[in-house]
Write a protein that binds this ligand. Structure first.
Ligand SMILES: Cc1cc2nc3c(=O)[nH]c(=O)nc-3n(C[C@H](O)[C@H](O)[C@H](O)COP(=O)(O)OP(=O)(O)OC[C@H]3O[C@@H](n4cnc5c(N)ncnc54)[C@H](O)[C@@H]3O)c2cc1C
Length: 262
């Protein structure tokens, strides 16, 4: 059955995080008939309790900051609607796009701006899916308090891994930071915090190849021995190995994506 086009816009912005809402402010100021469609309001910054690098605020929660963004968007009369876009197709008159959401609503736009953020990369190792939520986590901000006085491992070597290790060191008894290279690539200030932190033990040139347990995570297996063993007992593993753009639904558009976006 042909879907009913509910509304027509000059611009539809997909994503209601920092990027989407900022774009909406400019679209509104240019008086474009604009709609913002986002699957969850505010995006990932709402997970942050204290944003301390946004000019004008010494410290503000991510949710409060996004509410401030939205006040500006509202003042320009740009609607922000909840919905997850599952496909974008060129419509009959080829110059426009039909966007379909998971609630089977269709919107039409002359132009589409994709600001969907990223999704965390997985390690793709044995046990990772089985213990996801049972010791394996992709969000230290969300889950760190659950590992109070426990031993955990952070996997990764860039800034997000450093930040996760620093945060976890405030809760956990001990934090292993397992890095496949021979140096950390975080912001220098975070690398300094990590290396000076006595609760954080860095294991360089090492990969985690398996996460193990029975009902809950109990240990990780390394690809080489560390202190005489390939196995380390941990109650939590935080995977911080980067992220990829959330652009999976663009495939129906027949446009060329760069290798990183596929
Ligand atoms: C825990 C945490 C703490 C952080 N703390 C800081 C900090 O203190 N300072 C700082 O500068 N940065 C911080 N960051 C990074 C910052 O949050 C991100 O760089 C920023 O939020 C990215 O904004 P974005 O709009 O590009 O993407 P996102 O915030 O990821 O927003 C993406 C939006 O797209 C929507 N979306 C995705 N797919 C679809 C779809 N198919 N259909 C419809 N909508 C879709 C999502 O629902 C969301 O609304 C933090 C990140 C995290 C995870």
């Amino acid at each position: 059955m042909e879907q009913k086009t509910e509304d027509k816009y000059q611009l539809i912005i997909i994503g209601s995080g920092c990027a989407g809402l900022t774009s909406a402010i400019y679209a509104g100021r240019y008086k474009l008939k604009t709609l913002v469609l986002g699957s969850y309001f505010g995006g990932v910054i709402v997970e942050e309790a204290n944003v301390e690098n946004y000019p004008g605020f010494v410290s503000i929660s991510g949710m409060e900051l996004m509410k401030k963004f939205k006040e500006t968007v509202d003042s320009l009369n740009v609607p922000v609607v909840s919905g997850k876009v599952i496909s974008i197709k060129k419509n009959e008159d080829k110059n426009k796009f039909n966007l379909t959401t998971d609630e089977n609503k269709t919107y039409c736009a002359d132009a589409v701006l994709v600001s969907c953020g990223t999704k965390k990369l997985k390690l793709s190792i044995e046990g990772e899916d089985k213990f996801n939520g049972k010791g394996v986590s992709y969000c230290a901000t969300c889950d760190a308090p659950m590992f109070n006085k426990k031993t955990v491992a952070v996997i990764g070597g860039a800034d997000s891994a450093c930040q996760a290790a620093i945060l976890l060191s405030k809760h956990a008894k001990h934090v292993y930071l397992i890095c496949r290279k021979d140096e950390l690539r975080g912001e220098p200030i975070n690398v300094e915090h990590v290396t000076k932190n006595k609760e954080i033990e860095i294991i360089f040139n090492t990969n985690v190849i398996k996460v193990k347990g029975t009902n809950m995570l109990e240990s990780i297996e390394l690809d080489k021995e560390y202190n005489g063993s390939k196995e380390i007992s941990v109650k939590g593993v935080f995977v911080e190995i980067g992220s990829v753009p959330s652009t999976y639904f663009l495939d129906k558009l027949n446009i060329n994506l760069t290798k990183k976006m596929k």
